[in-house]
Design a protein around this ligand. Structure first.
Ligand SMILES: [Fe+2]
Length: 326
């Protein structure tokens, strides 16, 4: 009998994942006056803790309990409503605390800012779109900025504690910013004025953290910071690809420009993080390769010879890109 009890205890403890409240990186009063101390305290210590307690209970004895929470949420239709509501509650609030900060005027990274401007026009238009969605979410829920399957930004809202990872919501993606529009998030200070809460929350959004989350899903390309390689790539792409298809006109017109852009790689600054990775000998080799292409073009060499030389330059260019990625 004792053995049986011992085995039951052992089995349930193997299957029980014990979620705990994540550490809050700032005091409860740090987001004043935009989010008040009393709301923060109750929201974190009571509401979030309750989701965690109920999630631990709901997963007890479940054979998938030890999977990462994200994995559980991605297949949440196979679990109980208690796992959906409380797993969502734990995940959503954890993200919420992370994307808030008492630090003033944090800014999105250049990479995120570019994507925002490309898709929404400006950061301000993105904010009003999020506020609009948050306002029109009927009852309790969340408004999200996500990276969707096409790696594009998208603003969506979900009811209750659902989130964009779940297989039960219409639009899936990776959330990089989430705003809680449950009344418990704002009622003590703002009562029914959700609009005012949404206007004010932008004062405490941690854009650095949102950018980190974005760049995990859409990593920065080396082209973003290294202007000289971006310019070289433009000329290489518009001369090499036509040549591959038998059209040598572009390279014949632009071999001098290709050579200049290659030389520029040596003289223009290489961004700090790439400096240690790029082998300067490879840049020298690229310059030599481009010199060869240019000489052949000038001396009106056979097309086949020009193509071979251009191929070589293209390979060397990819060697540089490869070095950057390691
Ligand atoms: Fe909440």
């Amino acid at each position: 009998m004792r053995n049986l009890i011992f085995s039951v205890v052992l089995i349930t403890s193997v299957f029980a994942q014990n979620y705990e409240l994540p550490k809050l990186n700032y005091p409860f009063n740090a987001l004043e006056p935009y989010i008040d101390e009393a709301t923060m305290r109750v929201h974190y210590e009571k509401h979030h803790q309750t989701y965690i307690n109920n999630l631990n209970k709901a997963l007890q004895g479940n054979e998938n309990a030890n999977l990462p929470l994200e994995e559980i949420l991605k297949n949440v239709s196979k679990y109980s409503d208690a796992v959906r509501n409380n797993g969502g509650g734990h995940y959503n609030h954890t993200l919420f605390w992370e994307i808030l900060t008492p630090q003033k005027n944090t800014q999105p990274s250049a990479h995120l800012k570019n994507a925002v401007e490309k898709q929404f026009g400006s950061l301000d238009s993105l904010k009003s779109l999020i506020n609009q969605k948050g306002l029109s979410q009927f009852g309790s829920g969340w408004v999200w900025l996500i990276v969707n399957a096409d790696k594009k930004l998208e603003v969506i809202s979900t009811p209750n504690q659902d989130n964009p990872l779940m297989d039960v919501v219409k639009v899936n993606g990776t959330p990089i910013l989430g705003i809680d529009v449950w009344e418990h998030a704002y009622y003590l200070k703002y009562q029914n004025k959700r609009n005012e809460y949404l206007q004010n929350i932008w004062n405490v959004i941690n854009w650095e953290e949102v950018s980190r989350k974005y760049e995990k899903v859409v990593p920065k390309s080396i082209f973003d910071d290294w202007v000289a390689i971006k310019e070289f790539h433009k000329v290489m792409a518009s001369t090499f690809h036509p040549a591959e298809e038998g059209n040598l006109e572009p390279i014949k017109m632009r071999s001098q420009e290709l050579l200049d852009k290659a030389k520029n790689l040596k003289t223009a600054p290489i961004p700090g993080e790439l400096k240690s990775k790029v082998n300067l000998n490879t840049i020298d080799k690229l310059i030599k390769d481009c010199e060869k292409v240019h000489k052949l073009v000038k001396s009106k060499a056979k097309d086949a010879d020009i193509i071979n030389a251009l191929n070589q330059a293209h390979d060397t260019f990819h060697q540089i890109i490869g070095e950057c990625r390691h």
